[in-house]
Write a new protein. Structure first.
Lengths: 291, 326
């Protein structure tokens, strides 16, 4: 910094500038938080009017006929997430254990890097990928294809949070276990994992939260349906798909349904995210935004 | 494995205890190693399958696909330039607006509310929740709330007073590049602020204290000592935000207007790479059409890969060097 900058005559000017920039920073914070408030308020106001017992228990009605609900979409999302978790949790947790327990291996470095890249991938390309490897050979949109697409979204999140939560387990615990003659595999499974358990659960919950809101990979895998689930190999409904199809339709009663479905989805996401945060603290909850 | 066993137990020389060849350790390492290999294979398979799926379009159109401006499924003519243009324009707009705001939030959280833990925590949580809102909700909100509001209060006045500038030349429509850019800006703020916040936290306090001891004001400390130190990391955060904007699909599909067009005017409807896939893929009726859409996906794959590798490298370099310097 030049001498002149700190001279007496510039004191007022510099402090005024400091105030102005502080003002800008406060403004930035305000502008950043405003959309969240607006979105949540809008969804609650528009969607709140739709909520009723029928909304959660009935099938959708055709355009122009009052009543009906989105029960099939809620059921479909639950099935898709359940299936996707069955695939993603073992693979994600496994990869996470490998990253954390064998960090010195070359595979660990490569895979962990690719995991980061996969986590940021445009989800629509994952939809195309699953379309090519599952939908084309089986010649049908299906629950299996939808679940496979969602599991590819979930794996990197589960793997990263597993790694993070196992890495903070103290080395002394591992050493104590090994010193007792307990083999390494038992040490990892019984000592390390049970100590880092809460982080593991958090990772799975965050992955579920993320996958529940994903629409793009489901467009041409699960495809959507107006009925309840009937088989693993036929198209299946999902909440985000309902929001997309109804929200972009020209019919006002469908648009109203889309807002109702949006409220259900946002409510689920907020409860899951806030719940995780309150239970575990910010250590892991930030991971969603950071990976 | 034998080496490590020796180090951990020191038993190999005294008593000839050797780990069994296929003991529990080997099984566990094999299982979790397989999961790690799966992640690698997944990414490779993604690239291979997309390339294969696009091969028909690749051989039919060659590099001309990238600069073709006509997208006419009826006459089997496909060119991707309007979509590439739309993706780049909306992403650039998102960065222009989202970067200063996201960085402002990060500065606020690391430099302004250091003392007040609870307030900083609450604010950080709010911004993170913004990242948790599904993109289809952003789309719905963008279509029914943001787009009319922007059209009436921002686009129409800009067009009326600055209509001679090419950027604001066309009559505001509401569903256009501008609205899509704003939605994307809102969506990348949490990414930019979360990453920059970690980077700013990694700046050693000695940097700040040295400036304060010279009598610098708060802003001067941030501007001349904190930000320069964190420069490459913030650049990484920016690129990561760019990656998110480029790949975002649903929110954009709602508000972009879905008209393939290359024009300087922000108030004109447009199209992006991801939006055209979302809209047309399920309806594509013949192999070349599908293949052309897959090639669009391949372009998206390539863009995302380059952007991500670059961002990771920058952030990795930044956090690695500071670890040694602190």
């Amino acid at each position: 910094m030049e001498n002149g900058d700190l001279g007496k005559g510039t004191y007022r000017r510099r402090h005024l500038f400091d105030r102005i920039m502080t003002g800008f920073i406060f403004l930035a914070v305000f502008v950043a938080v405003l959309p969240l408030v607006l979105i949540v308020a809008d969804v609650v106001i528009q969607g709140g009017a739709e909520l009723s017992l029928d909304f959660f228990t009935k099938l959708p009605t055709p355009v122009g006929i009052a009543g009906g609900g989105i029960a099939n979409a809620i059921q479909g999302s639950a099935i898709l997430i359940g299936l996707a978790s069955l695939i993603a949790v073992p693979i994600g947790v496994g990869a996470g254990i490998y990253f954390s327990e064998w960090p010195e291996s070359r595979l660990s470095a490569i895979s962990s890097f690719m995991n980061d890249v996969l986590a940021e991938f445009p989800s629509i390309t994952i939809g195309i990928f699953v379309y090519i490897i599952i939908v084309l050979p089986t010649r049908t949109f299906s629950a299996v294809a939808g679940a496979a697409a969602l599991s590819i979204i979930m794996i990197p999140i589960v793997a990263r949070t597993t790694e993070e939560s196992l890495k903070i387990v103290p080395v002394s615990l591992r050493e104590a276990s090994l010193a007792l003659g307990i083999p390494r595999w038992k040490t990892v499974l019984r000592i390390v994992i049970s100590t880092g358990r809460s982080g593991l659960v958090t990772g799975v919950l965050l992955a579920i939260a993320r996958a529940t809101g994903e629409t793009a990979p489901l467009l041409f895998t699960a495809f959507g349906s107006g009925y309840f689930f009937n088989s693993l190999w036929s198209p299946i409904a999902a909440l985000p798909l309902t929001i997309y199809t109804y929200g972009t339709s020209p019919y006002s009663d469908w648009i109203a349904k889309a807002w109702g479905a949006a409220l259900v989805l946002v409510g689920f996401m907020l409860i899951l995210n806030l719940g995780v945060k309150l239970l575990i603290g910010r250590r892991y909850a930030g991971v969603r935004a950071e990976i | 494995m034998a080496e490590r066993f020796k180090l951990e137990t020191g038993l190999t020389t005294a008593r000839k205890v050797r780990p069994r060849r296929f003991g529990g350790d080997q099984i566990l390492k094999g299982l979790v190693g397989a999961a790690a290999i799966f992640v690698v294979l997944l990414l490779i398979a993604l690239g291979v399958e997309l390339t294969e799926g696009a091969s028909l379009s690749l051989t039919t159109f060659g590099p001309g696909f990238l600069i073709g401006t006509t997208w006419d499924p009826v006459h089997e003519i496909f060119g991707a330039l309007p979509y590439i243009y739309g993706t780049l324009l909306t992403s650039a707009l998102a960065l222009l607006i989202g970067l200063p705001i996201g960085l402002g939030v990060a500065i606020f959280l690391t430099e302004k509310v250091r003392g007040s833990k609870l307030f900083g925590y609450a604010l950080g949580t709010l911004v993170e929740l913004l990242a948790a809102v599904p993109s289809v909700i952003y789309g719905l909100w963008g279509l029914f709330f943001l787009s009319p509001v922007l059209k009436t209060y921002v686009e129409t006045p800009l067009h009326a007073y600055l209509g001679f500038v090419p950027l604001f030349a066309s009559v505001p429509f509401g569903l256009d590049f501008f609205t899509a850019g704003i939605i994307l800006a809102i969506m990348i703020i949490p990414t930019v602020s979360a990453v920059s916040r970690d980077i700013l936290n990694a700046v050693p306090n000695s940097q700040r204290e040295a400036m304060y001891s010279l009598g610098a004001t708060h802003w001067e400390v941030i501007r001349r000592s904190v930000l320069p130190y964190a420069r490459s990391g913030i650049f990484g955060a920016t690129i990561l935000g760019l990656g998110r904007a480029v790949g975002e699909t649903m929110a954009v599909t709602f508000v972009i207007g879905n008209t393939p067009r290359i024009t300087a005017s922000l108030f004109s409807g447009g199209y992006t790479l991801s939006a055209v896939i979302a809209n047309e893929f399920a309806e594509a009726s013949y192999p070349l059409y599908v293949s052309a859409l897959i090639e669009i996906g391949l372009i998206l794959f390539g863009l995302a890969l380059i952007i991500n590798l670059f961002a990771r490298l920058l952030i990795w370099r930044m956090t690695r060097t500071t670890r040694f310097r602190v």
